[in-house]
Design a protein around this ligand. Structure first.
Ligand SMILES: CC(C)(COP(=O)(O)OP(=O)(O)OC[C@H]1O[C@@H](n2cnc3c(N)ncnc32)[C@H](O)[C@@H]1OP(=O)(O)O)[C@@H](O)C(=O)NCCC(=O)NCCS
Length: 134
């Protein structure tokens, strides 16, 4: 996965930015956060944390870092996240980081043998203000 991300980071024009999550003093990868560029000054956000590290604020912290990068250095206008309706932890992460719920994308993804809805969230540069870190 790291090799693929590094390979894609070398593409021109660049289509994504990927952050690896590690704990302080430990180089072991425990999760990632990906910003995939789409359209004009827009991107899709995705992330995951290894199950044994859930509930420590790692996703929340990484999403904050990625948004600061997206709206700051990259100058993006709109960042979206599409999240399964039952993924309560992920809803908590984006809502805590200032995303606004837009609505439901019907049959958005085909996973585990079935079409599944997603809830679409967005953060806009002119609305978003950095949230205090915990
Ligand atoms: C979603 C995911 C990234 C969250 O990672 P994490 O590092 O555990 O997230 P954080 O600790 O930053 O925040 C999660 C919050 O959700 C809360 N939460 C967890 N389960 C919950 C539930 N069932 N209902 C409501 N809140 C819940 C946690 O308590 C935490 O809030 P708190 O800090 O106030 O206690 C992780 O569960 C994951 O990798 N899941 C599988 C991949 C995935 O779903 N990725 C997102 C795709 S959109």
């Amino acid at each position: 996965m790291i090799d693929d991300a590094v390979g894609r980071a070398k593409l021109q024009p660049r289509s994504e930015y990927c952050l690896g999550m590690t704990r302080l003093g430990d180089d072991r990868l425990i999760g990632f956060c990906r910003l995939g560029l789409t359209g004009v000054r827009a991107a899709k956000l995705g992330y995951a944390v290894a199950a044994e590290y859930w509930g420590h604020g790692y996703a929340t912290d990484t999403v904050q870092t990625m948004l600061e990068f997206a709206f700051g250095l990259l100058g993006l206008h709109r960042v979206t996240a599409a999240i399964g309706p039952d993924n309560a932890a992920s809803h908590t992460v984006v809502e805590r980081r200032g995303f606004v719920r837009e609505g439901v994308l019907r049959d958005h993804v085909f996973t585990n043998g079935a079409w599944r809805d997603s809830v679409l969230y967005s953060a806009l540069s002119d609305e978003w203000t950095a949230q205090p870190r915990r």
